[in-house]
Design a protein around this ligand. Structure first.
Ligand code: ADP
Ligand code: ZN
Length: 519
């Protein structure tokens, strides 16, 4: 069978060799076995069911949650001369009848469907009369209630096991920690399926996260020496995207904007240019990237913090698909934390959902404040253990200095508490440094016991400390939306003197950028 698979790979898809686990997966499913596949984005999941679809008799039914992804794959298969169709709600009854007719005649090799469509009784009955080559369930983590992509329709896919006992099933996903993995196996009745876990490590990517100070200047520093390289710069807002794209263009960088608010033609045009021309920089919101497959993206920069490690991994993962050295870089600051915390607090959604999101944001922040190897920390989040520090991230290369911040943190927390848990970091720092500003005087804060008690640290140090306190959940943003800080329950042991706090010292940005070896 491997020979036939190899031939299909070459003749139909034009590739010379399978990658990673592909060959093993294809053999398993081709022979009629079930499989649960965990593979990072860009790893080549599609071939894992497309090749068996061609190896086996009958039509392969592919379940995918996004119409855009289905259309993409169908178009690609079309070009390769493979008979594939997607059934969707935009088709007229006539078109749908014609597809059904072609299916009955056995003319279609791959049928793409949304899950809610597949589980309609009429559809299931129709499929039971056909010869089915296999079921592929893409984005299988959608079945997990723990993930943020949960889709109730996915739960119903479990019944395929009973309805089609002879048909092999393959579930695929790019995001699955151990817990999600188990949920997928259980809910899709794939406990007996063979598991294929690929490493999430991207060894050719160098990771760097710097404290945000003067973001534009820092970004220029990062881009210097990368002229001529293609890259993506992610920002949170549409406005920032446009401003930054013009700014970079003024600085002589070929930068294009991309966000969901641009007219369709402009977006499509910019995307096409980025894919086809060399050395362009795409300044984009997260709207950019889904299904983008450009192998030689040399860098990905973040000027704002993603809201989870899953998002960070996906966005940075667009760098270096060709395996050549690439660098991802992020500037991260207190404002990011405050902003995301506030968004979370004020977001709609039930408590369970918010708790999941909060947990995810905390993991993201922990990576930013990480004192050990970033790659180890990132992979550990996906339940993958990297035995040694990688030697290929900023922490490994520069080293990280830590300091005992226990006393300073207590002082900072007292400042929050004594001033009534309603002021932002600027005011709190004035208070600690003993600055008699108008606001301090108007509030009578020069009489507070903490006034001027923090003169042994510089303003920048206090700023770092407040960021880390919020990042670690020791302080939180007030609900009023003005960025005032307040204490959390988590900080009590620290205030009572029961625990110590070791924090990373921010490297001076210039030093970080040079990549000097640390202490
Ligand atoms: P995923 O679904 O895992 O994100 P895709 O299936 O879209 O990844 O594959 C990513 C890219 O890698 C596609 O352009 C695909 O054609 C290419 N690819 C996959 N497998 C191979 C292979 N064995 N050899 C060369 N290119 C491959
Ligand atoms: Zn490392």
């Amino acid at each position: 069978m491997l020979d036939s698979a190899q031939r299909i790979l070459k003749d139909v898809f034009g590739y010379d060799a399978f990658r990673g686990n592909q060959a093993r997966i294809i053999q398993r499913v081709g022979a009629g076995g079930d499989a649960l596949v965990l593979m990072p984005t860009g790893g080549g999941k599609s071939l894992c069911f497309q090749v068996p679809a061609l190896l086996r008799e009958g039509v392969a039914v592919v379940v995918s949650p996004l119409i855009a992804l289905m259309d993409d794959q169908v178009a690609t298969l079309d070009e390769l001369g493979v008979a594939a169709v997607a059934l969707n709600s935009t088709q007229t009854p006539d078109e749908q009848r014609e597809i059904a007719e072609r299916l009955r005649r056995g003319e279609i090799k791959l049928l793409y469907l949304a899950p809610e469509r597949l589980v309609q009784p009429r559809m299931l009955a129709f499929l039971q009369r056909l010869k089915i080559a296999l079921f592929a369930i893409d984005e299988a983590h959608c079945v997990s209630q723990w993930g943020h992509d949960f889709r109730p329709e996915y739960l119903q896919l479990g019944q395929l096991a009973e309805l089609f006992p002879q048909v092999p099933r393959i579930a695929l996903t790019a995001t699955a920690d151990m817990r999600t993995r188990e949920e997928i196996a259980q809910r899709l009745h794939l406990q007996e399926a063979e598991r294929f876990l690929s490493s999430f490590d991207r060894p050719n990517i160098f990771y760097r996260i710097v404290p945000k100070d003067q973001p534009r200047k820092q970004l220029l520093g990062f881009l210097e020496g990368r002229r001529g390289d293609a890259g993506i710069v992610y920002c949170m807002s549409r406005k920032k995207v446009e401003e930054l794209a013009s700014f970079l263009a003024e600085q002589g960088y070929p930068a294009l904007p991309y966000h969901a608010g641009l007219p369709n033609e402009v977006r499509a045009h910019n995307q096409r240019r980025f894919l086809n021309e060399e050395g362009l920089i795409m300044v984009a919101t997260i709207a950019f990237g889904m299904g983008i497959d450009k192998p030689n993206v040399r860098f990905v920069a973040h000027l704002d913090l993603p809201k989870s490690l899953e998002a960070y991994y996906q966005e940075t993962g667009r760098a270096g698909r060709d395996g050549l050295p690439s660098e991802v870089w992020m500037a991260y600051g207190l404002q990011d934390v405050l902003f995301l915390r506030q968004m979370l607090q004020s977001s709609e959604g039930d408590e369970r959902h918010k708790r999941v999101e909060r947990h995810k944001l905390e993991a993201m922040l922990a990576l930013c404040e990480e004192t050990r190897c970033r790659r180890q920390a990132l992979l550990a989040y996906f339940d993958e253990e990297l035995p040694q520090p990688c030697g290929h991230c900023d922490n490994c290369v520069d080293g990280v200095e830590t300091w005992d911040a226990t006393e300073a943190a207590r002082l900072a927390l007292s400042a929050i508490y004594r001033s009534g848990q309603r002021y932002g970091v600027g005011h709190l720092i004035d208070l600690l440094l003993g600055r008699e500003t108008d606001k301090i005087r108007a509030l009578g804060h020069q009489h507070l016991t903490v006034f001027g008690k923090g003169k042994h640290l510089a303003e920048a140090d206090w700023r770092t400390l407040f960021r880390q306190l919020v990042a670690r959940g020791l302080a939180d943003v007030d609900l009023d939306g003005f960025g005032g800080l307040r204490l959390t329950d988590t900080c009590r042991p620290l205030l009572r003197g029961e625990v110590n706090l070791q924090l990373r010292r921010d490297l001076k940005p210039q030093r970080a950028a040079r990549g000097s070896s640390g202490p």
